[in-house]
Write a protein that binds this ligand. Sequence first.
Ligand code: HEC
Ligand code: HEC
Length: 225
Amino acid sequence: MPVRIRFFSALRGVLVIPLFILVPLGFTEGVPWQAPEAEAAKTNPIRYDVESVSHGKMLFSKHCQGCHGYWGEGDGIVGLTLNNRPANLLRIAGKKTSGEFAWKIAEGRDVMPSFRDTLSKGDIWHVVNFIESLENELGSEGQSAVVRHCAMCHELAGKAFYDEWPDLRDMSQQDIENKLYAHRSQVIADSTMSKVTFNLTDDEIKEAARYYSSLKQDAPLIEEQ
Ligand code: HEC
Ligand code: HEC
C-alpha cells in the first residue's frame, strides 16, 4: 500500500509542528498532572502560621489570582478566558501533599507559567501554606459561597484590609441584616454595598449576618496548627 505510506509520512511533517503549537493552548486539559514521588514526598520547611499564610496570600494575589481567582477557585479574570481552566485550588487544598503543590508551582504546565525563576524556594512554600489555608475556608461552618464573596472585601475575619471599612466584628446580627436590607433596597443608594447586595436573597443576607456577627474581636485571624 505505497500510497498510504506516502500519505502518512507526508502528513507527519505537517502535523508535528502544529502539535507543538497547540500544546500550550489548552491541550493538557483533562490530562493528569502528577509530581514525581520524591518531590511529592517533600514536606514544607516553613512553619504554617499567620505570618506565612499572610505572606503567601500577598504573593498569591500578585502572581496567581488573575488566573486562579481570589479564593483559588479558578475563576480569576484571566482564568475565565482560558480554554484550560486553572485548577480549583480551594477544592484540592488539603487533598494533595505540600510537595506536590510546591513542585507544580515551580514547574508550571500549559499556560501556567513556571515560577522557579520568579519566586524563591521559600516564597513557593509560603504560597503552599496559603493554598493549604484555603481548606479551612471551604470546610468551616458558615463559610458558604456567600460569605466567601463578602470576604473578598471584608476578609473572613470581618476586619477589612482598609481601616476605613467597617469592622463587622463590632456588629450584631440584627444590625448587619438591617444595613444589608437598606443597601439592597437602595435606601442607602450608590454605595459599594448596594451593588453587592442587590442580587442577594433574604436567606443569603441572614446567613452572612449570622456568620459575621459570630466573630469575636480578639480571635486569631488564622488558627495555628
Ligand atoms: C496564566 C494563568 C495561571 C497563572 C498565572 C497561575 N496558574 Fe496555576 N494553573 C493554571 C492552569 C491553566 C492550570 C492547569 C494546568 C494543567 O493541568 O495543565 C494550573 C494548575 C495549577 C496547580 C495544579 C493543581 C493540581 O491539579 O494539582 C497548582 C497547584 C497551581 N496552578 C498553583 C498556582 C500558583 C500558586 C500560582 C501563582 C504562584 C499559579 N498557579 C499561577 C493557570 C495559572
Ligand atoms: C466589593 C467589596 C465588598 C463586598 C464584596 C462586600 N462588602 Fe460590605 N462593605 C464594603 C464597603 C466599601 C463598605 C463601606 C460602605 C459602602 O461603601 O458601602 C461596606 C460596608 C458593609 C457593612 C456596613 C454597612 C453600613 O451601612 O454601615 C456591612 C454590614 C457589610 N458591608 C457587610 C457585608 C456582607 C455581609 C457582605 C457579603 C454578603 C459584604 N459586605 C460584601 C465593601 C464590600
